[in-house]
Design a protein. Structure first.
Length: 78
């Protein structure tokens, strides 16, 4: 039960804007904190609801749907 706190809870999220045809129009990556609200649940399994807090450092870039990889820089928009 080595609970993490502070920057150990920091990760990043990627927001991807798709065109109607399913191709990527734009993408952004931003640092976030993922903080569990509680730990528990009924006897069917463990449930851990959480809240995501934006932490800044938002960067626009490209997102490759086939590899699920974000690259900072210009957007996919042509």
């Amino acid at each position: 039960m080595n609970r993490k706190k502070g920057d150990a809870c920091k990760t990043s999220q990627v927001d991807v804007l798709l065109k109607a045809d399913g191709s990527v129009l734009k993408a952004w990556r931003e640092d976030v904190y993922v903080i569990p609200d509680s730990v528990g649940g009924d006897t069917t399994g463990v449930q851990i609801p959480f809240t995501v807090y934006n932490a800044g450092n938002r960067v626009e870039g490209k997102f490759d749907l086939s590899t699920k990889r974000f690259t900072a820089g210009s957007s996919n928009e042509a």
